[in-house]
Write a protein that binds this ligand. Structure first.
Ligand SMILES: NC(=O)c1ccc[n+]([C@@H]2O[C@H](COP(=O)([O-])OP(=O)(O)OC[C@H]3O[C@@H](n4cnc5c(N)ncnc54)[C@H](O)[C@@H]3O)[C@@H](O)[C@H]2O)c1
Length: 333
């Protein structure tokens, strides 16, 4: 065999070996949230391919051009403006398309506008990508997570809403400021609706395994119940305060979407407060809201049955009931 024959033989052998699919993430909706997430994802180097989709094609193209010019400063990534058929093979498709809250508008008031968009895009997404995971950010996120599950026909484990990942982050941040420790060392969850009826789980909130009153005793601090109440109100109402000032919120939710995407792509089994279809929890069933959830390459691996006190259970029931009524108003069956 000549040297050329050997080269040809090696090239043919290499071609015959099946190449792993490049890790693709698709983003539908390239507004504030979609673009912030795309930027964070590009800088993270987690995805080999990022496809940007928007009803306003020029917007997606402009974002793709701008982001591509950051590639030499980040990671080799194929990034382009595409259409829904480019979601084929994506491990995760993030949905951030639709209207956002206007000043004073609740997340639940957005529902009609965004459900209409869902009816257009979700069945098509599922047709192009029957095996991928849908990660919903658009509000009202719990209702639209349920709608995405129904309209897509995908397994429930493959449909995740960002849910209270952001509220939990806000809560941990504010508690960390109060107690003077790193936010990552504060373990506390907001559950239920991502919205006005969300529920803080004070009964298990802890630092280093110490419940908050116990932590205060150990630190010779007084446990200030009124300060705790204010921290929850600031957590719950943070979006309103930010929207009054800058018109929208996007960086922190983009970071939350990144955390969920990382847990999926890297099969991390991370416990995150995200929204998914809930089965049999304190009599609540067939509705989407957030509970601490194990997230891995298969999406929702497990929804953890968090211990709650009676008042937390009753607030969670109210929250879930509100979501159920909104879901019913959409007539998704
Ligand atoms: N889950 C959370 O924690 C959280 C936090 C902040 C914002 N949000 C929500 O995220 C959503 C997006 O917010 P934003 O500030 O990026 O809004 P935005 O108005 O900046 O962007 C929305 C984008 O969606 C596009 N779009 C509309 N219809 C479409 C369709 N049929 N197909 C493809 N693209 C379409 C628009 O062209 C626009 O570019 C809102 O619903 C907002 O309330 C959620």
């Amino acid at each position: 065999m000549t040297a050329t024959d050997l080269l040809v033989r090696d090239a043919m052998a290499a071609e015959a070996v099946p190449q792993p699919r490049p890790m693709r993430v698709a983003i539908v909706g390239m507004g504030n949230v979609g673009a912030s997430f795309a930027y964070a994802l590009l800088l993270s180097g987690l995805a080999a391919e990022i496809v940007l989709i928007d009803a306003n094609r020029a917007k997606a193209e402009g974002e793709a051009m701008d982001l591509n010019h950051a590639v030499p400063f980040s990671h080799p990534t194929r990034l382009w403006a595409g259409d829904l058929s480019d979601c084929a093979g994506a491990v995760v498709t993030v949905l951030a398309a639709g209207a956002n809250q206007k000043p004073g508008e609740t997340r639940l008031e957005l529902v009609k506008k965004n459900a209409a968009i869902w009816r257009q895009i979700v069945p098509e997404l599922a047709r192009h990508n029957p095996n991928g995971i849908l990660l919903i950010a658009t509000n009202p996120v719990d209702v639209l997570t349920y709608a995405a599950w129904k309209l897509s026909g995908l397994p429930a484990a493959h449909v995740i809403g960002s849910g209270t990942i952001l509220d939990t982050a806000r809560f941990r941040y504010l508690l960390s400021q109060h107690f003077g420790v790193d936010a990552r060392s504060v373990h506390a969850f907001i559950i239920g609706e991502h919205g006005d009826s969300e529920v803080p789980v004070w009964s298990s909130a802890n630092i280093a395994g110490m419940r908050l009153p116990e932590f205060c005793r150990a630190q010779a601090m007084s446990y200030d119940a009124e300060a705790m109440r204010q921290i929850f109100l600031q957590t719950r109402d943070a979006a309103y305060r930010i929207i009054e000032r800058k018109g929208a919120t996007y960086y922190a939710v983009a970071a939350g979407l990144m955390r969920i995407t990382q847990a999926i792509l890297r099969n991390q089994k991370t416990v995150l407060s995200v929204s998914s279809v809930i089965r049999e929890f304190h009599g609540l069933d067939d509705v989407c809201f957030s509970l601490p959830t194990v997230v891995d390459r298969g999406g929702v691996e497990d929804v953890l049955r968090l211990e709650l006190d009676d008042s937390e259970v009753s607030k969670l029931r109210e929250s879930a009931e509100l979501l159920r009524k909104t879901i019913q108003s959409l007539d998704l069956s």
